[in-house]
Structure formats: C-alpha cells, structure tokens
Design a protein around this ligand. Structure first.
Ligand SMILES: [Fe+2]
Length: 264
C-alpha cells in the first residue's frame, strides 16, 4: 500500500511551530532522567501482532508472540516464574504489548537472552501513561507521573507549551546503538477518519524515522527536530551506531493549529 500521508503530504514538519532551541536543550535532562528512572522494552512482537508489511522488509528476528506460543511446558513455567505473580503458565493468551498478560522486565530480558527475541526499543518511558497503544487518543484524566515531574521537569514544561487542547500520552522511545525499529503501522488506514494527532520531538538529529511505501519499497526519511506523520502508514527507524531517542506526545491539536498546518 502506498503512503496515505496527511492532507496530501507524506509528513508534516512541525519545526516552524515550536521552539527548536528549547527542544535541543532538553537533551542533558533526558539523558540524566533516563539513567534515574526504571524503564522497559517495547516492540518485539510486531509480526505476531500482524502489524508488519506483507513484503517483510526487515530481517526475520525472533518475535516473542511466536516464541511464547512455541515454548515447552518447562520453559513456559520459567517464563511464568519471572512474572508479577498474578498469572501461572497460561497458554492461548496474548502476552505483552496489547495483550492479556503484561510482561515484566525480567520476562523480557529472559526472552531476549534465552530465546534471542529482538526488542527494538530498549528504552521506553511513559511520562503520561496510557493503558494500551489506542489509549493514547483518550485524553480523559491523563497526568504526568511523579517521576516525570521530578526527573524531566523542563520536558514537562515544554510539553505544556505545545498547541494541544489535551494530552493523551507522552513517551520517550529510545533505541540502543545498532538496533533498528522494525517496520510496522500503528493502525489500519481503512479504519481511520483522520490521522491521529501527535508531536514527535527529537532533541538530537540522530534518530532517523522513515516511512515505508509498500508499493515501491521506498523509504522516506524524516529529518526534522519536530514532526507529525500518519502513524497508520508503515514506519520504522534506521539502524545507527549510537543510542538515540525521541519524545512522542499524543493529544488533540488546537483547532487553530490544525488550520495553520492545513491538515484535515
Ligand atoms: Fe509506531
């Protein structure tokens, strides 16, 4: 499927509408904050969630949905022993992201070490948490965590200056050196009335997110410190040598801001 984009454009540059210098100045706070707060992995099951393109352009690395489905009874018991204590070794249920049984960090590390599961985003911190991915659009009763206010105060402050009526979720998504973000999409464009609205902010320019055109095999790399794309288009992150990250802020754009962008 070709790119759907936003209002006829593949992605929208938000840099002209934000304080780019202020975004860059968050880098020290974020790196130090990431050292101080506990964080989790995310990704790792895009193939079993069936959110990867049919052409499967990424290397076929182990996916935890597939790995868990194939575990022997003793191995499943080990996985359960590393859980939060609320679940036994259950079969026929979905584990992890978008699943019935959330994975603990110990379970994710065991899947990585014992079964070589590939988790693309090894640094995942929710500053404004949401229950699952779709919950990012729900702006009811969403708050910055105590840790966010304590360790990322300038980031919190900057988010509050963005032209949003309400915030649904704020996440820091980081990749270790050498890792790539597997190509996936966050929803099916056929289910979409209008693109979900969000900011991606990049204090440093080294995270290269790209849009994947399944018809042509072309990658459109986004190079801006602040951007918005249609997350129902296929997208991934190129492998690069060092640690890099971005901040994703989901929420309702102010109507006047949407108008300024010329977006639907
Ligand atoms: Fe995504």
């Amino acid at each position: 499927m070709a790119l759907v984009g936003i209002g006829g454009r593949p992605w929208i540059d938000l840099a002209p509408f934000v304080d780019v210098g202020a975004i860059a100045s968050l880098h020290d706070e974020i790196c130090l904050g990431l050292v101080r707060v506990p964080h989790r992995y995310t990704g790792g099951s895009h193939r079993s969630l069936q959110i990867v393109p049919a052409s499967e352009p990424d290397p076929p690395l182990p996916d935890y949905g597939e790995v868990i489905a194939g575990l022997s009874d003793p191995q499943l018991a080990i996985l359960a022993s590393l859980g939060d204590g609320r679940h036994g070794p259950e079969r026929g249920v979905r584990y992890g992201e978008e699943g019935d049984i959330p994975l603990t960090m110990e379970q994710m590390r065991w899947l990585q070490y014992r079964h070589q599961v590939y988790f693309p985003w090894k640094v995942y911190v929710e500053l404004v948490p949401s229950t699952d991915w779709a919950d990012k659009a729900n702006t009811h009763n969403k708050r910055f965590t105590r840790e966010a206010q304590l360790y990322f105060p300038r980031t919190v402050q900057l988010v509050r200056t963005l032209p949003l009526c309400a915030v649904g979720s704020v996440k820091i998504l980081g990749l270790h050196g050498g890792d790539h973000g597997t190509i996936h999409r966050d929803g099916d464009p056929r289910d979409q009335d209008a693109p979900d609205t969000f900011f991606t902010l990049c204090p440093t320019p080294d995270k290269r997110l790209f849009l994947w055109d399944e018809d042509t095999g072309e990658r459109t790399v986004i190079t801006s410190p602040a951007y918005w794309f249609n997350d129902h288009d296929w997208h991934g992150v190129l492998a690069d040598p060092g640690f890099r990250y971005s901040i994703r802020i989901d929420g309702a754009f102010e109507p006047s801001f949407l108008e300024k962008l010329g977006a639907p």
